[in-house]
Design a protein around this ligand. Structure first.
Ligand SMILES: [Zn+2]
Length: 318
């Protein structure tokens, strides 16, 4: 039984109130990436009393993560824990009422479907556009709201996508930036203050989507903490958008090869599955379902597939 008293300073805020708090307690949220932005988002959501939080991240902690990945400690680094596991430990200690489900895995075009199957909304804690285009494809195809956020240096941006009501990410960025064309936090650095601001904005959008949907962000919001500029750019839905306009979802359907991306940190979130374990899925009328897995090397051979069917499309999972 939830003790609403612990959220009293939040329920006193009228747009949330007791009704909004109960909605938060019933909400099922997925967070892709438990690094810098993910740490902030998860910490806020768990303290605020979101009922269920599923975390996906395959990385292990490194010392240079601690400057901006605020959930973690030196002890976590010394224990060489996966971020998702360490995050779940800390989050449960913060609020034992929240069901936290860690997943030490990359999201790929197959696993992302199961990841999001029973979720109300998804939050972006990743650091690369390949993952975001995959999330956007899934969200638009399935009608799941999601919150995009990104940071670099002292600046960042966020946008809230509600399929069928306003633009999606590909209305703003029709094509994925070529690998190496955009700065990353490996090349341009990132301040923890920018992470905290953008992560807080993302978590705040979750509160609104759950408790007061009309209040949600309808712009592409950019922030620059060094020059102290906040700008809301109105983006119209593009009827020609490949995703929400033409309803083509190549990232979800793995028609396009995922480009190698320069990630923020050596073990950052990737959408390319690890070579030692690749799931293959089959699309039934009800959607993509796991079917077999490759336990071989990156060049999966037919004999390395484990499942009731030898797939004829091993390139789908690389
Ligand atoms: Zn769109």
């Amino acid at each position: 039984m939830t003790d609403l008293a612990r959220y009293s300073r939040q329920t006193l805020f009228a747009p949330i109130g007791l009704q909004g708090q109960r909605r938060l307690a019933a909400a099922r949220v997925g967070l892709v990436g438990c690094g810098a932005l993910g740490s902030v988002v998860a910490g806020h959501l768990v303290r605020a009393g979101v009922g269920f939080l599923r975390l996906a991240d395959r990385d292990y902690l490194e010392l240079n993560n601690l400057q901006r990945q605020m959930l973690y400690t030196e002890a976590d680094v010394e224990r060489r824990l996966p971020k998702a596991v360490a995050a779940a430990e800390h989050l449960r200690a913060i609020n034992s009422e929240v069901v936290v489900e860690p997943l030490v895995a990359d999201l790929n075009p197959f696993s992302v479907v199961d990841f999001a199957e029973d979720l109300d909304l998804v939050v972006d804690g990743t650091d690369n556009f390949a993952a975001r285009f995959l999330i956007n494809d899934l969200a638009v195809a399935r009608g799941i709201p999601w919150v995009y956020g990104g940071v670099i240096g002292a600046s960042g941006m966020t946008m809230t996508v509600v399929p069928g009501d306003g633009p999606c990410l590909r209305c703003v960025f029709p094509e994925m930036p070529p690998p190496g064309s955009a700065p990353t936090c490996d090349t341009a650095g990132v301040l923890n203050t920018a992470v905290a601001v953008v992560g807080s904005l993302e978590a705040n959008e979750v509160y609104k989507l759950v408790a007061d949907p009309e209040a949600r962000n309808r712009d592409l919001l950019t922030v620059d903490l060094w020059d102290l500029r906040f700008e809301a750019v109105h983006i119209a839905r593009d009827p020609e958008c490949p995703a929400c306009g033409q309803r083509r979802f190549p990232f979800l359907e793995a028609v396009e090869e995922f480009a190698a991306t320069s990630l923020c940190g050596r073990n950052a979130v990737q959408v390319v599955p690890p070579p030692e374990l690749v799931w293959i899925s089959v699309r039934w009328e009800s959607g993509w379902r796991p079917w077999a897995r490759c336990a071989g090397t990156r060049s999966c051979s037919r004999s390395s597939w484990r499942g009731p069917l030898s797939p004829s499309f091993p390139t789908a999972g690389r």
